[in-house]
Design a protein around this ligand. Structure first.
Ligand code: EPZ
Length: 416
């Protein structure tokens, strides 16, 4: 069943619990390799990218067991730093295993993690930083080989706050001898979650969540129990979905404290939000207002919600301008939205202008990557009549069950 059928035009009503964060759970799972004992990771989302990550961990010798409330990972028997070819290509999030495996085994051989639809996804910042820490890279039969005879701390300045590079530097820094000072670090909540997990295991890290992080490496780590925070991008997807089609919903456990830029945009689009200890109430009129949006590193508006905002703006009252500053090819859904009657002009590779139309029509559309797929579901909810979103395996990489979640919010959505 790789399609979703949606009967659009129905305002959302109801409540849904927000799943654990994909982008927090992946680096935490990688970090279990540094611990060499068992850790229990609560609220880990049951999504395709996590299953791919756990398969990689098993292939390296970890024991992995799902339980009701989370996943138990024991890396005490990790044998080597070689990742199976078929597991690594095409899954970007395996890149954070690079720092963890160099820290644990002192070496790793892996496929170059490929680019994807949204961009070329280079890894130059990762490699440059790890070289400063004593890692030597070479290429063997088209694979990337990393070796560190003596992994040591360094003073690293990132020219761009790359999330993945920040994660790899932290993972290697925890195992390295001495002090690592990282300036220009990413400030995403996922970095904070990773550092909280490592600190619970006994690591000594200061400045997580700021642009300057200091790691004192070489400390013995022990297993722990850790709860993955709720997924701010999934919460933002459902929040903006409600802004698009209208309604009154409650997003249980939504991490509102990590969503300032998204909440501001939602209010500018005409939505009303109310934050409580238990989650986020959202009330939205039938038609969103036009806005200007620019994506930027946290705490700016997240690139991962740009596609959903673009879909919502397709029915906005007026002209919406969106600038994508993080990835070079994140407007692939424009052609799909036009099949629904959207009026969108791509002025260059980083900018689109959307003239909101009074209504969108249901259509057959194709998802080509994770967040674009979720955006097409949001668009189909807004459209009149029936839509089919094909290519849903992309969506299941990051959303546990987007059909069930939107059904709980009153939408007519089924997997077919
Ligand atoms: C993480 O990707 C997320 N993925 C992405 O979410 C998210 O969009 C991105 O951060 C930005 O917030 C995970 O956490 C698994 P980056 P990452 O390194 O680490 C350039 C989703 O939908 N760059 O911050 O790969 C890069 O090309 C995914 O959940 C270099 O030039 O992002 C991009 O333009 C999509 N050289 C920009 O930096 C490098 O060495 C941001 O990349 C590394 C990155």
């Amino acid at each position: 069943m790789d399609s979703i059928r949606i009967q659009g035009g129905i305002a959302l009503q109801g409540k849904v619990r927000i799943q654990g964060s994909k982008n927090a759970s992946l680096p935490v799972l990688a970090a279990t390799l540094l611990v060499g004992e068992g850790s229990f990771i609560r609220n880990c989302p049951r999504i395709a990218d996590v299953h791919s990550m756990t398969s990689l961990l098993k292939s390296l010798g970890c024991s992995v067991h799902w339980q009701e409330a989370g996943i138990f990972v024991d890396s005490s028997k990790v044998r080597r730093g070689e990742m199976p070819r078929e597991a690594v290509t095409g899954m970007r999030s395996s890149l954070c295993l690079l720092g963890a495996l160099i820290g644990r085994c002192g070496e790793v051989t892996m496929e170059y993690p490929g680019g994807c639809v949204i961009g070329e996804r280079p890894i130059d910042l990762h490699l440059a930083a790890l070289r400063q820490m004593g890692v030597v890279f070479s290429e063997q039969k088209g694979q990337l080989r990393a070796m560190a005879k003596r992994l040591h701390g360094a003073h690293i300045i990132l020219p761009f706050p790359s999330v993945g590079a920040t994660e790899n530097i932290i993972l290697a820094g925890v195992a390295a001898e001495g002090e690592t000072i990282l300036e220009g670090a990413a400030r995403e909540p996922e970095i904070l979650a990773l550092c909280r997990y490592l600190s619970c295991c006994g690591a000594c890290i200061e400045g997580a969540g700021s642009s300057k992080i200091v790691i004192w490496g070489g400390r013995r780590l022990c297993g722990t129990e850790f709860r993955v925070p709720a997924d701010r991008i999934v919460a933002g997807t459902y929040l903006l979905g409600c802004i698009g089609v209208g309604g009154n919903i409650f997003l249980e456990q939504a991490p509102a404290e990590e969503m300032d830029a998204v909440l501001l945009a939602a209010q500018e689009m005409g939505g009303h939000v109310c934050i409580t200890r238990e989650g986020l109430y959202v009330q939205a009129p039938v038609r969103p207002l036009a806005v200007k949006l620019i994506t930027s590193p946290y705490p700016g508006f997240p690139t991962d919600l740009q596609s959903v905002a673009l879909a919502v703006a397709s029915k906005g009252s007026g002209r919406t301008d969106i600038e994508e500053t993080i990835f070079e090819n994140r407007f692939r859904i424009v052609e799909e939205l036009k099949k629904m009657g959207a009026c969108i002009e791509q002025t260059d590779s980083h900018r689109v202008a959307i003239r909101g139309v009074d209504s969108l029509q249901g259509a057959q559309v194709e998802a080509r990557e994770l967040r674009g797929g979720a955006a097409l579901v949001a668009a189909a909810l807004m459209a009149e009549g029936e839509s089919f979103v094909r290519g849903c395996s992309y969506i299941y990489r990051g959303y546990e069950n987007i059909c069930r979640d939107f059904r709980e919010l009153g939408a007519r959505v089924t997997s077919v």
